[in-house]
Design a protein around this ligand. Structure first.
Ligand SMILES: Cc1cc2nc3c(=O)[nH]c(=O)nc-3n(C[C@H](O)[C@H](O)[C@H](O)COP(=O)(O)OP(=O)(O)OC[C@H]3O[C@@H](n4cnc5c(N)ncnc54)[C@H](O)[C@@H]3O)c2cc1C
Length: 382
């Protein structure tokens, strides 16, 4: 029983959990190869996952933020690399286009981001600007009817799968009085002249998820590439991240849930000192405490998603959910490795992957320190 979740939401999450259960050996092969196979992304199209967050009027399912979070939790429990790609595409990218795009922009890009032919990208970070995103250096200038963009975006999820990236670049000179001045969002087709993708990063975890640089070298886009208004891109990025944080909380919960599930079953089977190790308080108490923390994280996540669905402010609640869930995922995945002992450290058992994959959740879409800053700002505002 959960007061935030209705039957439709439960059914959608169950359908995705059933589909994910069939991924089987494709996961370890893809993690080894360092790429999500195109066929898997293609399956997500007919499954409907990619268009959940698109309103019905735009051809989507118009599902709630609660439903999307629960679906991401299930996807992450099966395969975090796929969940992060879906979260970026169908959460922050589609969400930003739905909220800010013109009818033409929605008609052009939403079908390509939902049919399984690719996954969209959100390009904010740069080599010299991460947490301090407003200090970005990518620049855009008008040229005839369109725009020319120059700069380098770093650590961009889905870059090599993306038909389009939302790229944040500054129009005009930086203003020392307002760091975010001039920042504008552009819908940049990856096929546009002057756009290229750098080599895939080699990462601790999420190895099948693509994380690459996006290079803009005199990249040319049309006048219709501006998303929202010129100079208003920073607010648009921050609004996107607010929603994105609910989805990172969902990923964290999915990863933690899967790790603890594995740890529980192992603890019941593995025998030492003549009994299952699950009989020892040193083993069972951490698992019990972490199960409570998974539930607490899920309630924080659902509260933020529920507020969002009702059009109420949710910035602080999303930051709390992301902070708590991502840090909980560190404790849960490490406890799972410990429960499996030496086997926990070995690749045959999934828990080492959960620990590696979960590590990213306290970093992307705003580090834990930045979440504390967001929460403190709202708590301590004059
Ligand atoms: C796997 C992965 C995928 C990613 N995908 C994307 C993507 O799709 N699109 C995108 O734009 N970016 C993406 N990123 C980038 C990510 O959002 C940034 O890495 C993150 O915001 C942190 O920025 P940074 O790495 O530059 O660290 P920095 O900002 O340099 O921070 C370094 C450390 O300093 C701390 N710190 C910084 N400022 C403060 C402060 N004011 N107070 C206290 N502590 C502070 C940070 O919390 C951190 O611990 C991805 C990153 C990873 C790892």
């Amino acid at each position: 029983m959960n007061c935030f979740v209705g039957e439709t939401e439960r059914d959608l999450a169950a359908a995705v959990a059933a589909w994910s259960a069939g991924l089987g050996a494709r996961i370890s092969a893809a993690e080894k190869a360092g790429a999500i196979p195109r066929e898997v992304i293609a399956e997500l199209g007919p499954l409907g996952v990619l268009r959940m967050s698109v309103p019905e009027a735009d051809g989507g399912l118009g599902a709630s933020a609660v439903a999307f979070a629960l679906v991401l939790e299930e996807l992450a429990a099966a395969w975090a690399s796929l969940a992060v790609g879906v979260a970026v595409n169908s959460g922050i990218v589609i969400g930003t286009i739905v909220r800010n795009g013109t009818v033409e922009q929605r008609r052009r890009w939403l079908p390509q981001l939902t049919d399984g032919s690719g996954l969209g990208a959100f390009a904010l970070s740069e080599p010299t600007s991460g947490s301090d995103a407003a200090s970005l250096r990518a620049a855009a200038r008008r040229d005839g009817d369109g725009w020319v963009l120059d700069g380098r975006k770093q650590f961009i999820t889905n870059a090599r799968y993306a038909p389009v990236a939302i790229v944040f670049a500054r129009v005009g000179a930086p203003d020392p009085r307002k760091a975010s001045a001039g920042i504008t969002a552009f819908l940049v087709p990856l096929a546009a002249p002057g756009v290229s993708v750098g080599p895939a990063e080699r990462k601790l975890g999420l190895r099948a998820s693509d994380t690459s640089a996006l290079i803009l070298d005199g990249a040319r886009v049309g006048a219709d590439a501006v998303l929202g208004e010129v100079g208003k891109g920073f607010a648009l990025a921050m609004a996107g991240l607010d929603g994105g944080r609910i989805n990172i909380a969902a990923q964290s919960i999915g990863i933690a849930k899967a790790a603890l599930r594995r740890a529980r079953s192992y603890a019941k089977e593995r025998r030492q000192f003549g009994r299952p190790i699950a009989d020892f308080e040193g083993v069972r108490f951490p698992l019990a405490a972490l199960e409570a923390q998974v539930d607490a994280a899920r309630l924080l996540m659902l509260r933020a998603a529920w507020l969002r669905d009702r059009g109420r402010p949710f910035t602080r609640e999303a930051a709390m959910a992301k902070l708590y869930a991502s840090e909980m995922a560190q404790r849960a995945t490490h406890a799972a490795v410990q429960t499996l002992g030496g086997n926990g450290y070995m690749r045959e058992y999934d828990v080492e992957r959960y620990a590696r994959d979960g590590r990213a959740t306290t970093i992307y879409e705003g580090t834990s320190e930045i979440q504390r800053l967001v929460i403190a700002r709202s708590l301590l505002a004059a």
